[in-house]
Structure formats: C-alpha cells, structure tokens
Ligand binder design. Structure first.
Ligand code: UT7
Length: 332
C-alpha cells in the first residue's frame, strides 16, 4: 500500500497509441461487399480504418501503444506496478491479454488483468485505476485499450464490416500533485440487452464447433439501429450525470471526447449537451470504431497537437456491448 494525501486526484501523465499500417478505405470495401462510400460516410462518418496483419494479435497492438506511452512520459517498464487491458477482442479467452502484454513488455514485477466492458472498457479502466491508486493499492498504472476487431468481423456482413477498425491506445496514471485529474465519474450496465451486440460463439455459452464456424457465429453480431437508439440515450445520460457529480456546467466543457461509433450518435449527444461542434473531438473518419482504443487515441491526438491546455475541462463519454456506458469529467 502506498501513502496518499487526503482529497488527492488521479491523472493521466502520459499517452500513446498504435494503429496498424494497413489502411482499408471505403473504396476497398465497395469491392468486397454491396456498399458505397456515400452510404458509409453519411450513415457512420467512417472513411478509412486500419487493419492488423495476419500475425498481429491484440496484445501486439497494446504492447506498441504501451511502449509509446511509456516513452512519451520518460518512464521505464519498472516504473509501473499494474497493467490493465480493456478489450473485447482478446488474444485468447485465457490467459488475459494483459498477461500477453506483460510478457511482451518484460514487466515481470507487475500484476496484470483484463476488463471486459465492450467499447466502454477504457473508461471503466480509468475509473478502476483511480480507485486503485487512491486506495493505495497501486502507485502507477499502465491502462491500455486495444482491439483487433477485424479478426472477429464477418467480412460478408456489410452492416458491421464497414464500421470497425484495429488499434490500441495507452495511458499511464498516477496520483496528481495539483488539482488536475479525474473529477467525477458515472458508470452503468444493462445485461438484459446483451444480445443486441455480441459475439455469440466461442465461449462457454456456445462453445466453438464446426457448426458455429459454419454459421459465422464467432463473429460480431449487431442490431445496429437498436444499438444506435440506446447509445444516444445512454451517452447523454452519462455525460449529464458526470457533469452534475463534478459540479460543472455544460459551458465549462472545453473538450467533449465521445466514443467514436458513429458521427450521428456523436452529433446527437453533443446537441443534447449543447456543446458546439468545435469543442467535440472526432477522428472516426480515419480509424472507424476502434472500441476501447477510441478515447485514448483522441486524448493523445489532442495532446500532441497542443490543444489540451492546463485546466481544460474534458468530458469523456462511452457506450458499448453489455450494454455498458460511462462518462468521466476530467481537468487537464
Ligand atoms: O461501439 C459500440 C456501439 N455501436 C454503435 O453504437 C453502433 C450503432 N449503430 C449504428 O451506428 C448504425 O445503426 C449503423 C451505422 C450500424 C447503421 O445505420 P442505420 O441508419 O441504423 O441503418 P440500418 O441498419 O437501419 O440500415 C438501413 C439500410 C438497410 O436497408 P433497408 O432494409 O432499408 O433496405 C440496410 O440493409 O441500409 C442497409 N445497409 C447498408 N447499405 C449499404 C446496412 N449496411 C449497409 C452498407 N452499405 N454497409
């Protein structure tokens, strides 16, 4: 246990991300399924996405993102004491992807585990990391959100294959020495709606078999328009609650960083919050929906572009399979 001061906060001290080099454009997809660039852009906002190579597993993307986050913060692997990986596309059902990452980083002194909360996983991880640091269990945590969704995507299903991409984002977290850091959070789940977005086969509910593979049941299945309605409702709810808990007004928000599933979901949530477009960060056009990697990549891009100023209020907001949803109010 580490000593901590009363009333202290937890902050992100470094970020990094990695996206595979291979770019798959909407023009490429037009040759693979019955779709058009116009449909994909107008319905989702995605223009291109990155695709992992045959050799790359989720942990490989996570390891590279983690190395970059450590390097950007001038940390050595020895400086961290816990690895948390959020993912919906683990290397293996067991052991956890975090253990594959730990081995890759040669971080044999740390504990490592995964959290599964769909696309909300990075925010669930942030909330968990905050409490682990504030309670003295951990001092410095490496939190990674990584996905290789391309390997659990049905490339014959135009309703899903145009949406997702592969990437990983990482952050190093520690106790804050000033008033910056996590101000509040709100997190919830509703397992009764699990069947609207899930990977049916491969677990103990429906073990992998010749039949499940023949039926494409090991791929992501999503009732997109149903998910859409819940995402708009729940992301609005999360944002409002996190702001309220931090005692903030919508005018205080400098950056709204939503999960990047669909520009129409982002626009509807921003409209509900009355946050103007220039305060909303959107990069879905370049990466697609990279699930847990969306928010750390947005944070990293804003940071390196010099757009995050000390004291800026940031609202992070996500929704994903489960369903799960969460928001975090943060002072940079
Ligand atoms: O990250 C976790 C959370 N995930 C989300 O939040 C995703 C939420 N859902 C969505 O973003 C949207 O529902 C989609 C982008 C997936 C789909 O947009 P939509 O406006 O809800 O379309 P839809 O599913 O209602 O489909 C409309 C039409 C259908 O044709 P008909 O039945 O009207 O003739 C689809 O078959 O569009 C058709 N369609 C396509 N057409 C061209 C579906 N996919 C495609 C496609 N290209 N790729």
């Amino acid at each position: 246990m580490h000593k901590r001061e009363q009333g202290s906060r937890v902050k992100i001290v470094s970020t990094g991300f990695y996206a595979p080099e291979k770019v798959l454009t909407n023009a490429d997809l037009e040759k693979m399924v019955d779709t058009t660039d116009e449909w994909i852009v107008s319905r989702s906002g995605v223009k291109e996405r990155r695709i992992a190579s045959a050799e790359q597993a989720t942990s490989d993307l996570c390891i590279e993102a983690a190395r970059r986050a450590l390097r950007n913060g001038h940390f050595k692997v020895e400086d961290i004491d816990l690895i948390i990986v959020a993912t919906a596309s683990p290397d293996t059902i067991f052991p956890s992807t975090a253990c594959w990452v730990q081995e890759g980083l040669k971080a044999d002194h740390v504990a490592a585990f995964d959290i599964g909360a769909g696309c909300t996983g990075f925010l669930y991880g942030l909330i968990l990391a905050e409490s682990l640091i504030l309670s003295g269990v951990s001092k410095r945590i490496l939190l990674i959100g990584g996905e290789v969704l391309s390997k659990i995507t049905n490339w014959k299903d135009r309703a899903t294959c145009v949406l997702f991409g592969d990437a990983a984002g990482a952050a190093v977290l520690e106790e804050s020495r000033d008033d910056s850091g996590i101000l509040s959070h709100y997190w919830k789940a509703d397992g009764s709606l699990a069947g609207l977005l899930f990977q049916p086969a491969g677990g103990t509910r429906m073990p992998a078999s010749v039949q499940t593979v023949a039926g494409d049941l090991h791929y992501i299945q999503m009732k997109g328009n149903e998910v859409f309605k819940h995402a708009v409702k729940r992301m609005g709810e999360s944002a409002v609650e996190a702001l309220k808990r931090a005692g903030l007004r919508k005018e205080d928000i400098r950056w709204f960083i939503p999960h990047q599933a669909n520009t129409r979901i982002i626009d509807a949530t921003a409209e509900r919050l009355q946050v103007p477009p220039e305060k909303v960060y959107v990069n879905i056009q370049r990466y697609g929906n990279v699930s847990v990697a969306c928010i750390p990549i947005c944070l990293h891009e804003l940071h390196v572009a010099g757009k995050l100023k000390k004291g800026d209020i940031i609202l992070l907001d996500a929704f994903g399979a489960g369903f799960t949803w969460a928001a975090v109010a943060y002072r940079w």
